[in-house]
Design a protein around this ligand. Structure first.
Ligand code: ADP
Length: 573
């Protein structure tokens, strides 16, 4: 008997040693993040996770990196991978949690043992009162520009931001910033003027925009570019963009995506200037004293804030992520996905209306026809511009793909299921860098032949093959007899492998919003100023009219963000 027990004891010991294969060890594992592969290195002591480190990633600065900064520590602290994802950074969060799960398995442990939910936190909130000169709601481009400007003017500022990071929709901006008569343009011998920029913007917006606001944006645009240089965010190159008569869209060196670039430098500047930003804190109400705005109410998971301020700046962005709200103004947009970040819920519109603000052009909402629905990633117009076509579920073209966003979107909606496939080939992929992101993020289905591609996406293969052959003949003859396309026909689609991305229209930019004057003072429906209340950026309406041209969203937030900071500072004296 003793012998049997001894054998059992040693067998058990060996088993536990095998199960404890990762004792004192580290394991690494990789999962798909938003920007590509994300690798974690997880260290164990016995079965305890002692560290989680993200050793490789390509996540978006600010959004994805917040998950990287916060989740690993939480995993260690709670010894759990059953954690809430970081709001707005779901894909990055899942990549960290899934890679950690795999590392746990590799170490010989059972991931189910690391699934405990953390104990409920104490929900009792404490109250805090803060007194400042200026309270700003929203740490997107407009709010941060306003905060920097006001602080440079000696004012005491606080920013309230409901997300765990700064950036809002601003961080997603890729094109650049329109500005006229800049030193960058002068260096390149480009002749531009405030008048031309104003005219292009009004024309692009079907002459529905407020000419005074447009004029102020154009007049202040060159100075705004100079100012960005002074805070370490120079825009050094200029290029063409739709709707502009001359090369006017300004970009960082190398053409880097402007949104992430500006947000990074704005956040750095906020830190340098010591500006207080309360993240994970939602503003709920503008406090009024009679007619005047005198502060805001806000809350976080553990605090209820009363922020007394001499002036309030609304910089909460648009409402492109709030389906109920946009469908209430535009029933035809019900069911649309959005390209917007999850914080674009229009809180500022609601708060402003509650204190009597008027709304302008509220139903003017820009939609984008090629949005990958599962990830909300926008497939840039450049793909069609370089020769891609759109086909429906039957594998047939249905529209001239080069028409305006609203026309192509409407045609897509009319197809069975309301979606389409963007089809392109290897030649196009190699000529357009943007497509790489679609491939690494798993948006594309790829096959060596058209027939195989059709099978992979579930459309009729003879239809798709015949569509491609008809299209390639149209390109050869430079004559699209089916849909009358005349541009982006330089290359046919005949070099395998072939690619398809399933897309449908998505809400992109809410052009209408709170009524303001050229000093960014918020106006009532009757046009009276609401003293102490300012607004800037996508939360406002009137600048873009019926259509926003590319490069004007960034011009809007930098120019009017600064104007809000300046006028709020003058108001509080
Ligand atoms: P803009 O381009 O006008 O600056 P963004 O979308 O870039 O707009 O930024 C708006 C910011 O405002 C986002 O970071 C968003 O999370 C924040 N925000 C929206 N509503 C609230 C709210 N109620 N309280 C605090 N922050 C908010």
């Amino acid at each position: 008997m003793k012998k049997i027990l001894t054998v059992l004891f040693f067998t058990g010991l060996m088993f536990s040693m095998i199960a404890c294969g990762g004792c004192g060890n580290s394991q690494s594992a990789t999962a798909k993040g938003f920007g590509g592969d994300l690798t974690v290195e997880v260290s164990f002591e016995e079965d305890k996770i002692v560290s989680v480190e993200v050793t490789k990633h390509a996540e978006t600065p600010s959004i994805g990196t917040v998950a990287i900064e916060t989740l690993p520590a939480q995993i260690v602290e709670k010894q759990s991978i059953n954690l809430d994802t970081v709001s707005g950074a779901t894909v990055s969060s899942w990549a960290i949690l899934n890679a950690t799960k795999e590392a746990i398995e590799k170490a010989g442990f059972d991931p189910n043992d690391y699934m405990s939910k953390s104990a409920a936190v104490n929900t009792q909130k404490t109250s805090e009162t803060i007194n400042v000169d200026i309270a700003i709601i929203g740490a997107g481009g407009a709010g941060m520009a306003a905060a920097i400007e006001a602080t440079q003017r000696g004012k005491d500022v606080i920013i309230i931001e409901k997300m765990p990071f700064a950036g809002g929709n601003t961080v997603k901006a890729t094109g650049g910033m329109n500005a006229a008569d800049t030193s960058v343009q002068a260096n390149e011998g480009i002749e531009d003027s405030v008048e031309l920029f104003t005219e292009d913007t009004l024309k692009g917006g079907y002459y529905k925009g407020n000419p005074e606001l447009v004029q102020v944006m154009a007049e202040n645009s060159a100075d705004a570019v100079e100012w960005l240089g002074t805070i370490g965010a120079p825009l050094t190159q200029v290029s063409f963009s739709g709707g502009a008569s001359v090369s006017r869209i300004h970009q960082p060196t190398g053409g880097a995506a402007i949104g992430a670039y500006l947000v990074e430098h704005f956040v750095d500047t906020l830190e340098k200037l010591g500006i207080d930003v309360k993240y994970n804190t939602t503003a709920t109400e503008i406090i009024m004293d009679g007619e005047k705005a005198v502060g805001i109410k806000a809350n976080s998971s553990d605090k209820e804030y009363t922020i007394n301020a001499k002036a309030v700046i609304l910089a909460t962005g648009g409402f492109g992520a709030n389906e109920d709200l946009y469908a209430s103004y535009r029933e035809d947009l019900k069911g649309f996905v959005t390209t917007n970040h999850p914080g674009a819920t229009g809180d500022g519109i609601v708060m402003a209306e509650d204190v009597g603000a008027g709304l302008i052009d509220i139903g003017e909402i820009q939609i984008h026809p090629t949005v990958h629905q599962a990830t909300s990633i926008m497939v840039t117009e450049g793909v069609r511009g370089d020769g891609a076509i759109l086909v429906n579920q039957s594998g047939k073209r249905f529209v001239n793909e080069m028409q305006t966003r609203d026309v192509v979107s409407a045609a897509e909606i009319a197809q069975e299921g309301g979606y389409a496939y963007v089809i392109f080939d290897q030649h196009l992929r190699e000529g357009l860098k943007a497509t790489e992101k679609y491939v690494t993020n798993g948006l594309t289905t790829q096959a060596d032949t058209i027939e195989e591609l059709a099978k992979a996406i579930g459309v009729d293969s003879s239809n798709l093959a015949s569509t491609l052959s008809t299209w390639n003949k149209a390109v050869a003859n430079q004559n699209d007899t089916e849909f009358g396309r005349t541009t982006a026909m330089e290359h046919d689609l005949s070099t395998g492998p072939y690619y398809a991305i399933k897309v449908a229209p998505g809400v992109h930019h809410t052009m209408g919003g709170v009524a303001i004057n050229t000093k960014t003072e918020v106006l009532t429906a009757e046009g009276d100023i609401i003293p102490g209340l300012f607004a800037a950026g996508e939360v406002t309406g009137g600048l873009h009219g019926g259509n926003r041209i590319g490069g004007n969203a960034v011009a809007d937030i930098v120019v009017f963000g600064r104007i809000a900071g300046e006028n709020a500072s003058n108001y509080v004296k």
